[in-house]
Design a protein around this ligand. Sequence first.
Ligand SMILES: [Zn+2]
Length: 139
Amino acid sequence: MPAGITASAAAAAYRFVMTELRRCRWCRRALPERKGPGRTREFCSPRCRQWDWVSRQRARELALSEGELVIAKSALDELHDQLYVLACAVDDAERDLDPPDGAPTPDDVRQALDWLLEAARPLRDRELAAPVVPPSIPS
Ligand SMILES: [Zn+2]
């Protein structure tokens, strides 16, 4: 944990993002605060809106329930691989930041942070596509 950020502050920030912010219905990223009148935004981008629509169409075709989703095995494998790398990085960072011989050095903290960021970036940048892309979305 970087200096100045306590575990409870990080937990509070996580809780805020997960419960207080409005998030994109498809990719779950936080949506910007809406100012002024008009419909509440449900998607962060036209692409997410399209993928959500495609997903619901495919779910109807396959008679899936609201909470079910078909995902390509390769996409799920890639996600599991990235989660595994992140889990290893968290384990390594926890060990490196609490060495048995005293406090971690600034180099230890920097290396732990660099490794955590390297492991987390693919998850930050990833997107899950719907199974197929339709020619257009009815409005
Ligand atoms: Zn989105």
